[in-house]
Design a protein around this ligand. Structure first.
Ligand code: CU
Length: 99
């Protein structure tokens, strides 16, 4: 359903899927809470000097290790509130809401 709809809407100024950026800096995800629409892409950018990852506790998404200066992007399809963290530094927590 979303795949077909995405193909039809691709390039449309009205229903274009968006790209959102989460910056990882100072051992924090920024913004800590982000709301996107299903079909949008989220890009995590690691500006720290240590590796990080983004792991959803509901397994909605799981990044590989993102090295310093590295990025990882993922197209969000599963609606809901996804709490996620960096398993390398479990105090790093954030939330992604897909509507
Ligand atoms: Cu980390």
């Amino acid at each position: 359903m979303w795949g077909a709809l995405g193909a039809i809407c691709w390039g449309s100024a009205f229903a274009e899927s968006r790209v959102h950026t989460v910056t990882i800096e100072g051992m924090k995800f920024s913004p800590e809470a982000l709301e996107v629409k299903a079909g949008d892409t989220v890009v995590w950018k690691n500006k720290d000097i240590v590796p990080h990852n983004a792991t959803a506790s509901d397994h909605g998404f799981q990044s590989p290790t993102i090295p310093p200066n590295g990025t990882w992007k993922f197209r969000m399809r599963k609606k809901g509130e996804h709490d996620y963290l960096c398993t390398l530094h479990p105090t790093m927590k954030a939330k992604l809401t897909v509507k």
